[in-house]
Ligand binder design. Structure first.
Ligand code: SAH
Length: 343
């Protein structure tokens, strides 16, 4: 298929247009186009991933995140490799074939520890896929994890606009480095995921258009987007534009720009509006990541207020989740759910 490459200006015009159409509930055409593209590459399949949030320690100061190092009210925990492996096995026994290991940037987990962990998961469950989401590392570290068997890596770019990035992060965090990490991950051969929050503080149509341009250039295999939700112990506690339509529009636009992308309906979206999960599937999403962390720790992985971690967002309720998805006319596929070009 010959994909049209849009310019920055065209992306800006599109976002303006759809944001305006949203006020008139006039988005069916956009959603239909997105759904047709999703069906072309993935049919009606929805892939499930077990999400294990294994550490709340973080050395970084991302101003929007409840786990930032300056938040002394955050409850910190970290799981041992054995505990993480057990959580993977529990999900595996429920049928899951992809584990997403996410955490703060916690220097306790030296490269050897992550490498051992990946290796043991892949040895015990060779037909599974491991996704890491552990932040910025040296290229050599990413390569070590990859050689140990890691398949995918999620690293949201957060915003493609450098000035915007600096308004959201402490001065020691570098936009250039985050972008470089994403190109390194692609270069190593990971199925790579980028992404951003929708309606984050200081976001504009222009910065969003840059996000779309960046995604078109990077060509990631996965894109994670969800609404920004404030956390009460951060400087952005009073900043809130809860409009799920913005996320749905951008999901559909991303599906159109990257038709083969793996695109989750994120927990943040379900947190602000449960109905939006099904709407996300209509707008081109095809992945869900229910929580598989040890139940006693779930409430402490508090990136934002009110984070949903039970009901349909929890692996214990996989049966209900499957029923829910089937009732929407989609179909749960408990396979590894690789990107079509990685099969
Ligand atoms: N340390 C890892 C994982 C970060 S948490 C890394 O650096 O990639 C995963 C994602 O949660 C972040 O990339 C961010 O986009 C999102 N997030 C953090 N705080 C949030 C908030 N207040 N509202 C919505 N999403 C948030």
């Amino acid at each position: 298929m010959n994909l049209k490459k849009y310019s920055l200006k065209e992306f800006e015009e599109q976002i303006n247009f759809y944001y305006y159409e949203a006020s008139k509930n006039n988005l069916d055409e956009l959603y239909n186009e997105a759904e047709i593209l999703k069906n072309k590459y993935y049919g009606k399949d929805i892939y499930l991933r077990a999400l294990i949030e294994f550490t709340t320690y973080c050395k970084n100061e991302c101003y929007y995140c409840g786990l930032n190092c300056k938040n002394d009210k955050a409850i910190r925990y970290r799981l041992s490799n054995k505990n993480i492996l057990d959580s993977c096995k529990k999900s595996y026994n429920l049928g899951y074939k992809t584990f997403v290991l996410q955490g703060g940037e916690d220097s306790y987990y030296k490269d050897e520890i992550i490498t051992d962990l990946v290796y043991s998961i892949k040895t015990e469950m060779p037909d599974s896929a491991v996704t890491l989401s552990i932040g910025e590392k040296a290229k050599s570290s990413y390569k070590m994890y990859f050689d140990a068997g890691a398949d995918r890596f999620l690293l949201r770019h957060e915003t493609a606009d450098e000035k915007h990035y600096q308004k959201l992060h402490a001065a020691n965090l570098s936009h250039k480095n985050r972008m470089k990490c994403l190109y390194n991950l692609k270069d190593i051969g990971y199925q790579t995921g980028a992404g951003f929050m929708v309606d984050s503080p200081y976001q504009t149509i222009e910065t969003l258009a840059k996000d779309m341009m960046f995604l078109s250039d990077l060509q990631p295999e996965m894109v994670g987007i969800g609404p920004f939700i404030p956390h009460m112990d951060t400087r952005f506690k009073n900043y809130y534009i809860p409009d799920v339509k913005h996320t749905l529009i951008l999901l559909a636009m991303i599906r159109k720009a990257l038709p083969k992308v793996l695109l989750p309906a994120t927990t943040a979206l379900a947190t602000i509006d449960k109905k939006s999960r099904s709407e996300a599937f209509k707008a081109g999403a095809n992945v869900l990541m229910p929580n598989a962390s040890p139940i006693c720790h779930r409430k402490d992985y508090a990136l934002y207020d009110g984070k949903e971690n039970s009901n349909l967002e929890a692996v214990e309720n996989t049966g209900k989740l499957i029923e829910y998805i089937n009732n929407l006319g989609s179909h749960v596929k408990l396979s590894r759910g690789d990107h079509v070009d990685f099969r």
